[in-house]
Every structure is written in structure tokens, then in C-alpha cells.
Design a protein around this ligand. Structure first.
Ligand code: SF4
Ligand code: F3S
Ligand code: FES
Length: 240
């Protein structure tokens, strides 16, 4: 018989404001290889069908199941209960709009951020559906791929204290997004254009090097070094 997990879950539905936010405790028997996602599925299927939480892939790919697990932003589908104490506290990610219980709207935040920084290949070339794919070296493709591994889970945003001081800060995910298109030769914006986007308190000068983003990224993107490298490039560009 496995451990008995005592799982405290934040409950609140903004559509029912008369019911105050509360913490509800569930008891779940642990099984081998159990993840927090499986705990939540068990609760929803066997104990409480009203519990709201998000998931799509169950394989750390879609980024939807991020939440605070014992106070730390993590993916529920990637977090093994065996690595946690038997008391588990689950809260929704801060910063993002609460949909209900553990479900938050990361999509609107990422869309807003992407629109703010022009998070796509900015080019005046007309799209030609018959054109061959443009070639680039393997090394450059790899460099762009490294900057493009973000699954938009929001863990770096939720874990960054700067977000509560500067709500318009685009966070590590936003700076990474800009770095990705800065590196892409198909993007026709010049260094000044990129500096105009990022050289502000909402951009790279808002980052206080708190490092939490790097600690919490479930895809292990080396955010700290990526941010530092890009900040150096941008500062050099501004001096030219
Ligand atoms: Fe999640 Fe990492 Fe992307 Fe931040 S950079 S949103 S932690 S995958
Ligand atoms: Fe925040 Fe990461 Fe910078 S935690 S302050 S974005 S180093
Ligand atoms: Fe897709 Fe967890 S369900 S990342």
C-alpha cells in the first residue's frame, strides 16, 4: 500500500463570487510513478468532478498544466509525487488571470506579450507559397531552436518577483522571444528596432537577475545565460 497523500487544493470560481476562495483537502493513495497530474485526475474522476485544472499533452509539451506545487511553479504532469512530502499544496499560478481553481489563462498573457514585441518573423517580403524553404546553416538553426523551445507554460513568469513590482514586464519568456527573432536572419528588423522594443524597464532593464526563471523552467532552458548574452548584445548595439 502506498503513502496517503493529503492534497490541499485552492478552490475558487470567479463566476460564483458569492462562494469565497477556500482550500479543500483530498486524500489520495499514492501509486508507483504517480504524477501530480494523475492525482488531480483521480480527484476529478473519483472524488470531485467540479475541480478545474488544465492539461492537454500529459508529456511536458503543451505547457497547460503549470501550477504552484508546494509553492513552486511546476508542470503537474512532470512532477512525480515520490519527490514530494505526503502533504501537497496546489495553487494556481499567480500573475495570470484565474479561470477557476487551478486553471489560469496563460494564452491571453502570451498573446499580449507577443503582440507587444512583434513575436514573429517581421519581413516585407510577400509570402510565396511555391517558394523553396530558405537555407540556413545547421549551427544557426540550432541556435534559433534553442531559443524557440519555450512551451509557454508561464513558470518563469509566475516565479519572477519582478512581475509583481512591474506588471508590464515581459519576463524571461518575453526576452527569450525577442532574442529568437533577433537571431533569425529572415527577420528584417535592425538592432535599433530591437533595442526600441527591449531597451526599457518593461524589457531587459526590468530584469533584476533574480534567477527564479532559470530555476523553474521545466524545459531547462538556460534562461539566465540566454538573458545575459542577449542583454550584452543589445547594450553593444545601443553604443554603435
Ligand atoms: Fe515555461 Fe521555460 Fe517558456 Fe518560461 S521559458 S514559459 S518557464 S518553457
Ligand atoms: Fe525575473 Fe528571471 Fe530576471 S526571475 S528578474 S526574469 S532573471
Ligand atoms: Fe501538457 Fe503538462 S499536460 S505540459
Amino acid at each position: 500500500m502506498g503513502r496517503e497523500l493529503k492534497v490541499s487544493v485552492f478552490r475558487y470560481n470567479p463566476n460564483e463570487p458569492k462562494v469565497k476562495p477556500r482550500v479543500q483537502e483530498y486524500h489520495v493513495e499514492e501509486i508507483d510513478g504517480m504524477t501530480v497530474f494523475q492525482v488531480l485526475t483521480y480527484i476529478r474522476e473519483r472524488l470531485d468532478p467540479s475541480l478545474l485544472f488544465d492539461f492537454v499533452c500529459r508529456a511536458a509539451i503543451c505547457g497547460s498544466c503549470a501550477m504552484l506545487i508546494n509553492g513552486k511553479p511546476k508542470l503537474a504532469c512532470k512532477t512525480q509525487t515520490s519527490l514530494l512530502p505526503n502533504k501537497i499544496q496546489l495553487m494556481p499560478l499567480p500573475v495570470f488571470k484565474l479561470i477557476g481553481d487551478l486553471s489560469v489563462d496563460t494564452g491571453s498573457w502570451f498573446r499580449m506579450m507577443s503582440e507587444k514585441v512583434g513575436g514573429w518573423v517581421n519581413t516585407k517580403k510577400e509570402f510565396d507559397k511555391n517558394a523553396l524553404e530558405e537555407k540556413m546553416s545547421n549551427d544557426l538553426a540550432q541556435e534559433i531552436y534553442e531559443l524557440d523551445r519555450c512551451i509557454e507554460c508561464g513558470c518563469c513568469i509566475a516565479g519572477c518577483t519582478t512581475m509583481s513590482l512591474k506588471p508590464n514586464f515581459i519576463g524571461a519568456a518575453g526576452i527569450l522571444r525577442v532574442a529568437r527573432f533577433y537571431t533569425d536572419p529572415r527577420d528584417e528588423r535592425n538592432e535599433k528596432d530591437f533595442y526600441d522594443i527591449l531597451g526599457t524597464e518593461e524589457g531587459m532593464f526590468g530584469c533584476m537577475s533574480l534567477l527564479a526563471c532559470d530555476d523553474f523552467c521545466p524545459k531547462e532552458i538556460p534562461l539566465m545565460s540566454q538573458l545575459a548574452t542577449f542583454r550584452r548584445k543589445m547594450v553593444l548595439a545601443s553604443l554603435k
